[in-house]
Design a protein around this ligand. Structure first.
Ligand SMILES: Cc1cc2nc3c(=O)[nH]c(=O)nc-3n(C[C@H](O)[C@H](O)[C@H](O)COP(=O)(O)OP(=O)(O)OC[C@H]3O[C@@H](n4cnc5c(N)ncnc54)[C@H](O)[C@@H]3O)c2cc1C
Length: 457
């Protein structure tokens, strides 16, 4: 028997309170673990033989990998025998949440690129324990990762946190690895939107709805059409959000075409799957996000799901018994989370990193990820001055509308949360350059053909 709506909402609210309490308890547990680790272990008095140092390699430094690296750096044994190696091709932490907004609104581009700063790891991490490699991993092997340059970095434990990629770049990802390039691409899209008369946005998920509503809000005189292949925008969420988003598009005067795909772009128009044409001199594609799982395709082909995600066990170990030391977290992992987001990525990172720390301490992995109701919460902007917050557990939902006053979407808080001073950035990575061969890299020989920048915090 279905529960009355009010009772369902009351239950959701109770879940939300427990979710919040559990979240804070986890923070307290981790903080205690870190403090105890600092209390009972001290840095070695004599230097450890380099051959005894083991790498925990983290591939990707965004919501999953960056947070996993911090947990590792603060809670791995401080006996000098562990090193956290972060491999990330981007010059900056790409703050995805603001990309649709800053692809429309001029003058904020730099705020989407948060510098990676040593302060993120805190001052208790032994010098040199975190090594930063600005590179891309092209292949995972059983005991090492292979960089684009051909250099190999051996690992004892590996955390894959490579998230998603998109073919079309903005507004879902910047489309380049450097801050300057990303800002330039963003300015390019702003100018295309500004110059257009008829904008077509494909994809009625969060990125599509946000950029379409912002474009129509900022340029009410332009024709904005959102094309979505399903029968409702935001179809993976509850009916309340679907209706709220649709009403917002109508209020702003944007057109929504449902049950259609954009199949091709022509001169001044796009063609839909039904054969219909929509006037268009600026096409923005918000479809085609894919899990970045290629790097494990050779070593663990059976762990790649048809969706392209990497299958994992509840401990976040890759679902391949031959690779017990490989963990996967964030958007690239296949879990029961129906709507991935940054919070889920960070929670999975905690599970993966905590389990690796247990292994490093000679224990068995015991932490497990389970999707919880609060994980799927979303805040969707609907033009510059409104938003909707929505909770949905697949059966019942809770949502409310909000007024927004900050066009920069309070992204200064994101900077502060990852210990960067908003919006203070020279664009240059802070840290010391290190020799990649210090990481036990095989095939070094000057680093092959690619460029390797390796930094020690
Ligand atoms: C437009 C947009 C708006 C969003 N808004 C919100 C929001 O408001 N709230 C929210 O909670 N979530 C939001 N999300 C979702 C959120 O961005 C993702 O869930 C989150 O980024 C997933 O984090 P991740 O670390 O798993 O992956 P990603 O953020 O995709 O990061 C993966 C990292 O791995 C690196 N990488 C990839 N391949 C390699 C490789 N081979 N070698 C080395 N490094 C590699 C990448 O450079 C990147 O830094 C939004 C997403 C988009 C696209």
């Amino acid at each position: 028997m279905a529960l009355p709506k009010r009772l369902q909402s009351a239950l959701l609210f109770t879940h939300l309170i427990f979710y919040t309490i559990r979240h804070y308890l986890t923070i307290v547990r981790r903080s205690l673990t870190a403090s105890l680790s600092h209390l009972f272990t001290s840095a070695p008095k004599t230097p450890v033989d380099p051959s005894e140092i083991q790498n925990v390699v983290v591939v990707g430094a965004a919501f999953a990998g960056y947070f996993a690296a911090r947990i590792l750096a603060t809670t791995l044994p401080r006996d000098g025998r562990w090193r956290v190696v972060v491999v990330e091709p981007n010059s900056h932490f790409n703050f995805t949440w603001v990309l649709p907004r800053f692809s429309v609104l001029e003058g904020h581009e730099h705020k989407a690129f948060i510098p990676y700063v040593p302060e993120f790891f805190g001052d208790k991490v032994p010098a040199g324990m975190v090594q930063w490699v600005r590179e891309r991993v092209v292949r995972v092997e059983r005991e090492s990762v292979v960089l684009r340059s051909g250099v190999e970095i051996p690992y004892k434990y590996l955390i894959v946190a490579t998230g998603s990629t998109v073919r079309n770049g903005l507004p879902s990802r910047p489309g380049g690895e450097g801050r300057e390039e990303g800002m330039e691409l963003m300015r390019g899209l702003q100018q295309r939107i500004k110059a257009a008369k008829s904008i077509v946005v494909a994809g009625g998920g969060a990125a599509g709805v946000e950029i379409a509503s912002d474009a129509k809000h900022v340029f009410p005189e332009k024709k904005v059409t959102l094309v979505h292949s399903r029968q409702a925008v935001m179809h993976r969420f509850g009916p309340g959000l679907q209706t709220g988003a649709m009403e917002a598009m109508q209020r702003l005067g944007a057109e929504v075409v449902l049950g259609e795909k954009v199949v091709s772009e022509g001169e001044g128009f796009v063609t839909l799957s039904s054969g219909g044409k929509v006037e268009c001199d600026c096409f923005i594609n918000c479809t085609g996000q894919k899990p970045a799982s290629d790097l494990v395709a050779d070593v663990a082909p059976n762990a790649i799901a048809p969706s392209g995600h990497i299958r994992v066990k509840p401990t976040m170990q890759i679902a391949d018994d031959a690779l017990p030391n490989v963990y996967v977290c964030g958007e690239v992992a296949e879990t029961d989370a129906s709507n991935p987001n940054s919070r889920i990525a960070a929670r999975q990172a905690e599970v993966a990193a905590d389990n690796v720390v247990r292994l490093a301490r000679g224990k068995t992995p015991c932490y497990k990820y389970k999707n919880r109701f609060g994980d799927g919460a979303i805040k969707l902007t609907l033009g510059l001055d409104r938003s909707m917050v929505h909770f949905w557990n697949g059966k019942a939902e809770m949502s409310w509308h909000g007024e927004e006053t900050d066009p920069a979407m309070m992204c200064d808080e994101a900077w502060t949360n990852i210990q960067a001073e908003p919006f203070d950035d020279t664009g240059v990575f802070r840290g010391q350059l290190a020799d990649p061969r210090d990481l036990g890299a095989g095939g070094g020989e000057g680093g092959g053909n690619g460029v390797i920048e390796c930094t020690t915090y």
